[in-house]
Design a protein around this ligand. Sequence first.
Ligand SMILES: [Zn+2]
Length: 459
Amino acid sequence: MCHSFLVNSLMLRRGFTWQLHTSTAHPDFNLTSNLYRHSVLRTPLIHLSTKDTHKACAVLFRTTPENDRGTPHCLEHLVLCGSQRYPVRDPFFSMLNRSLNTYMNAWTGPDFTAYPFSTLNSKDFENLLRVYLDSVLFPRLRDIDFKQEAVRLEMTEKGLVYGGVVFNEMKGAMTEPQAHFLHQLSKHLYPGTTYQYNSGGDPEAIPQLTNAELKAFHRRFYHPSNSTIFLYGDMDISRTLALIDEEYFHKFQYQEVDSEVKPAKRLSAPIHLKQPCAPSPAPIDPAAQAMFAVSFLCDSACADPYTAFCLSVLSAVLHDGQKSPLYLALLESGLGKEYVPGAGFDHSTKEAAFTMGVNGCKEAEIDQIAAVIDTTLRGIVDKGVPTDLLESAIHQIEIKQVLASAERSEKQLRTGTHQRHDALCSAWRQSSHSPQYQRVLKSLERGLGSGKAGLSGPH
Ligand SMILES: [Zn+2]
């Protein structure tokens, strides 16, 4: 209570630029999560305040592509090629050597782009914050950098070919059968949404991208009103908030940005898809190179964190350990070499997915594998989840949580780095490091103790 009054008073002096919305203590993690909102731009800013001198920051934008040209990925590369205030070729990379940073990165997710860093030094933190904000809000986006980083035509001995850093990266990535499989799965599981597109870029489509389109994408999505800022660590928060506003945010007006991920179209019956894929250059068994998965579209984990947590536990029960039902039925039996890419409960997208299957199987045995998965699930519905497997899965989650707290600052940062602007819910979804996690786990354990486990059948 006192704390919020203090921060609000500071805000008063700063002209109400940032308003503290909620302040919640989390004694288990020795931190307080403070959610601020910019009064003009409505940008949420989450500060996980701790005594940890390791300071971290992530600037995120929700970036929802509408084609396969890899616009978010190319933009992520280009914003690091110089900005208004730092008009050098690579301000980002020159800071890598010059600063005392302990982590600097940028990455493109299916519906967001993230720019995280961390450092132990306060002055370095402010310098990095300036470089990051200037890069993302005021990048140069020069044609020459587009040709270098995104895509270009170049003359070689073989004639005209496409080049460019992103084009070559994606050409390499998409020849990997696993990446190809995951992309195809996403494309067909989420029809009508941004997830049907390859945010990294499909090498077939990247050459259609132009720098004008990239600049329009930047204008639309890289606006403070479409961003979230995460801060972690012991810092003078009023000074950090003032820096963000006085040096950057005050130059903007609120902008309504349509970047919400739409719900995927529901199917009335299962669809069966068969996709060709390049063979592995060095297969363990040339006769068993197929991948097969059954995947279910689930509801948003944010909408129902308890059910989502139960599905995570169910995924662990089904897949983890040599006594788990799917391990015995699919791997021990020799039907496949390993689980299929993306196996388990994946809630990294707005609507989650539950996937089961194998990699390294024979195409002729696919019907049999589908039947085995069906039988295994029906067995769980009829008999319930074996209590020993359930207890073991929950125990493993608790151990992971304890181990994760040892590497808190980076983890906490990752906890927050997410596209949706509901901080606590997102935090829960990304990791077990969250207050909701504790409550969900406790209620599940209570259910176990009273013989009413939360997982009585599939969801
Ligand atoms: Zn890249």
